[in-house]
Write a protein that binds this ligand. Structure first.
Ligand code: FBP
Ligand code: MG
Ligand code: MG
Length: 294
């Protein structure tokens, strides 16, 4: 494990496996980034298991990560947003991946990311079974945030190297930015009223890739929400691949996560591709949001 991760305690035999998962994701990130060129089109007529358009890069990144993560001894399951079912690969941790989060941004050339979570239980698993999670953010530079039960660390990825930027990522207490997904007329009256309050207090930052939007919240303080919509009462984002790992990272950085009622991590996981409303950010704002939705 590289510097920084050593400080994050995973516990028991999971330590080595998590270290190898993080190594694979960070080593693969520059290849994914380079491979986006020429893969920015939808795959002919294909939708992924949750009905979203699959870009060529979605499928390619999933193949690359899937092959490498499944080869790690101690990874027992590989699950991806881009696959219909879980791949069994032996005994050990279950790894869930959103190979490219925000891949619709490929068309407009805006930031995106890769999300992963390491669960101690078979997938679908609750967020309480996570022992590590993280994401890569493909922005002007490539960064990675990794969280374990001991906290969160941020790295810069340059070629094959992962350099520690911050060994103890802490969500700033003072909220500065907000990003809310979905069309406003589709929000509930309660969420709309909450949003109106926040609009008077923070600056809007919404880019259409959760990883990049949450990364701003982690950098500046504030809140990211993709709420339940009239046309999507269960929300848009997926619990296994997006809600749980991002909720885990934000909580380990001192923030809060919520599905509108309580922590994302305590939400039941009954479906592999199940969706959830996602709210993450400064504890005070998430408390206020839950009060507003109650
Ligand atoms: O286009 P919208 O409705 O704003 O949705 C954006 C949201 O959908 C996502 O792009 C879904 O992720 P995928 O690209 O992995 O399907 C999130 O990253 C983002 O928060
Ligand atoms: Mg996603
Ligand atoms: Mg995706």
């Amino acid at each position: 494990m590289s510097e920084g991760l050593d400080a994050l305690v995973v516990g028991g035999d999971h330590d080595r496996v998590v270290g190898e998962v993080v190594d694979v994701v960070s080593r693969t990130a520059p290849e994914i980034r380079e491979g986006l060129v020429g893969r920015r089109q939808p795959v002919g007529g294909e939708a992924n298991p949750t009905g979203d358009t699959q870009m060529e890069a979605d499928v390619w990144a999933d193949d690359l990560l899937g092959e490498r993560l499944r080869a790690i001894e101690g990874v027992g399951e590989y699950a991806s947003e881009e696959r219909e079912s879980v791949v069994d690969c032996g005994e050990g941790l279950s790894v869930a991946v959103d190979p490219l989060d925000g891949s619709s941004n490929l068309v407009s050339n805006n930031p995106m990311g890769t999300i992963f979570g390491c669960y101690t239980e078979p997938i679908p698993a609750p967020g309480t079974a996570l022992v590590a999670a993280g994401y890569v953010c493909f922005g002007p530079v490539t960064t990675m945030v990794v969280a374990t039960d001991d906290g969160a660390a941020e790295y810069e990825i340059d070629g094959g190297d992962r350099r520690l930027l911050e060994g103890s990522v802490t969500l700033p207490r003072e909220p500065t930015v907000y990003g809310f997904g979905g069309r406003v007329p589709e929000w509930s009256p309660e969420f709309t009223a909450f949003a109106r309050e926040i609009e008077g207090e923070c600056k809007p930052r919404y880019g259409g890739a959760m990883v990049a939007d949450v990364n701003q919240v982690l950098s500046y303080g504030g809140i990211f929400s993709y709420p339940a919509l009239g046309s999507r009462p269960a929300g848009k984002l997926r619990l296994q691949f997006e809600g749980n790992p991002i909720g885990y990272v934000v909580e380990r950085a001192g923030g809060r996560s919520s599905d509108g009622e309580g922590s994302l991590l305590s939400r039941d996981a009954d479906e592999l591709h199940g969706r959830t409303p996602v709210h993450v950010g400064s504890p005070d704002l998430i408390d206020r949001l839950e009060d507003a939705l109650a």
